[in-house]
Design a protein around this ligand. Structure first.
Ligand code: MN
Ligand code: MN
Length: 460
């Protein structure tokens, strides 16, 4: 058996045919999830439905809780906690925390206009995108519109086989001499990301004929009026489906795998748990891509409130115990890292970056400019994770995000660490991260699932 490739173990070398078959079949469920859940709301809806099938009930509806209870908390349809209550709630939690928001293009509050025989939507991008990647691909529109009456209208256009899709245009090469000489981040600007939504004028209308036709269609099909965009969350996302990648079908390519690969694998892990000794919380957060802000992001008191409710309903009404329990907790910040890309070797320090199919990645610290804004995990905790994974046969690797001072990034780890709990980043390596078509290895997906499962069950 080959021990190492590129200084790393390779999962495919390490597992037998039966396990390889399990990896391929596990990825089929993942493909389905990716196609159903392209927004945070859709992901939370999927997760809640699946959890209810497995016997999870709303924490809010319970007056008291006891060991073994399976509970969920749904915060505004965009953040969810799945909880399995352990033997002693004061012992601290085993937390696995992923995020379900993804870089995308949000419609502005007044999006619709017409110009040059076209009707278009104006957008404001969300999260870190390379803007040039978004023109000239099919786009779908997902989200909700809330009418003044409070009625909520769900929108999903461009996903069904016979749906029409939307698109942003790009300049033809023949006329792009000036554009092509610009810096890449100036070739397509934020205000250029306008989505073409129509080109048919209402007959007999002299002004706004293209725009008015779209408004009529929205009114007829959804009951939406122009002013309703002001209270809407409509997101343009790639319209194509998740696919297997490679002649060997060893990879998955899709939009939104940062961080739905962690969301799906941690969901499957918590659903597979029997009766953990410590209380397990599988948390799916929103707003990570814009700094974990807002009341569904992890800079909010969401986790603290959930902990307080859990303890109160376990009969512990002492707030100091909430703090103590959080400080006694262990967490995996389940998020992706960048895989070494052979086409861009200059940005990777190959001894310390992560590789595709080399197992789940432990990232001791993220950050930039000398680890600024990193949670630098304590070596005592990382050692216990190493022991846990090795004993369970979880193939893992270390991973830094690129070379020193080449860029950087952060995760939710720092917003968990603030409670005093031990936390380390742990997720899969991704190629083309934050692009409309991100690539991961089926072997790493399965190792992430196993890593989260053994952590939830056995970390103590
Ligand atoms: Mn992420
Ligand atoms: Mn990200």
């Amino acid at each position: 058996m080959i021990e190492k490739r590129n200084n790393r173990p390779n999962v495919w070398d390490r597992v037998d045919d039966r396990m390889q078959a399990a990896m391929h079949s596990f990825s089929q469920g993942y493909l389905d999830f990716l196609n159903r859940a392209k927004t945070e709301r859709e992901a939370i809806e999927y997760i809640q439905q699946k959890a209810q099938q497995y016997g999870f009930t709303s924490l809010e509806a319970q007056n008291s809780i006891k060991p073994g209870d399976k509970l969920f908390v749904n915060q505004k349809g965009k953040l969810m906690a799945l909880i399995i209550v352990g033997q002693n709630p004061l012992d601290g939690f085993n937390l696995v925390v992923s995020h379900v928001d993804t870089p995308r293009l949000d419609l502005k509050p007044r999006p619709l206009y017409e110009a040059d025989n076209l009707a278009l939507f104006k957008t404001h991008y969300y999260g870190g995108i390379k803007k040039y990647q978004w023109p000239a691909i099919p786009l779908a529109l997902h989200g909700v519109v809330v009418k003044k009456s409070g009625e909520r209208i769900t929108v999903c256009i461009g996903e069904k086989e016979d749906d029409a899709v939307l698109a942003i245009t790009d300049l033809l090469p023949h006329l792009a001499k000036d554009q092509m000489e610009k810096k890449m981040n100036e070739g397509i600007k934020g205000e250029d990301l306008n989505i073409v939504v129509g080109s048919y004028p209402l007959p007999d209308l002299k002004e706004d004929a293209f725009k008015q036709h779209i408004l009529n269609l929205l009114q007829q099909q959804y009951g939406i009026e122009e002013e309703d965009f002001a209270s809407a969350e409509l997101q343009a996302v790639p319209a194509f489906k998740a696919r297997e990648v490679g002649l060997d079908r060893s990879m998955i390519g899709a939009y939104g795998q940062d961080d739905r690969v962690s969301a799906y694998t941690s969901l499957e892990a918590v659903l597979a748990l029997k009766q953990p000794v410590r209380t397990v919380i599988c948390l799916f957060a929103d707003k990570e891509e814009i700094g974990s802000t807002g009341n569904t992001g992890l800079q909010s008191l969401a986790l603290e409130n959930i902990a307080a409710e859990l303890l109160t309903k376990s009969g512990i009404k002492d707030y100091y115990q909430v703090r103590k329990t959080l400080a006694r907790s262990f967490a995996l910040s389940a998020d992706v890292n960048a895989a070494v890309d052979p086409s861009f070797p200059d940005v990777f320090e190959k001894m310390n970056c992560s590789y595709l199919s080399a197992g789940v990645v432990l990232t001791k610290y993220t950050g930039s400019r000398g680890k600024a804004e990193a949670n630098d995990a304590n070596p005592e905790f990382v050692a216990s994770i190493r022991r846990l994974f090795d004993e369970a046969g979880v193939v893992w690797q270390v991973g830094e995000l690129g070379k020193v001072d080449i860029g950087g990034g952060g995760t939710v780890a720092q917003y968990l660490a603030c409670y005093g709990m031990e936390v380390v980043d742990c997720g899969v390596a991704v190629l083309s991260m934050h692009s409309p078509f991100e690539i991961v290895s089926k072997a790493d997906i399965y190792m992430a699932y196993q890593a989260y499962r053994v952590f939830m069950e056995k970390m103590s």
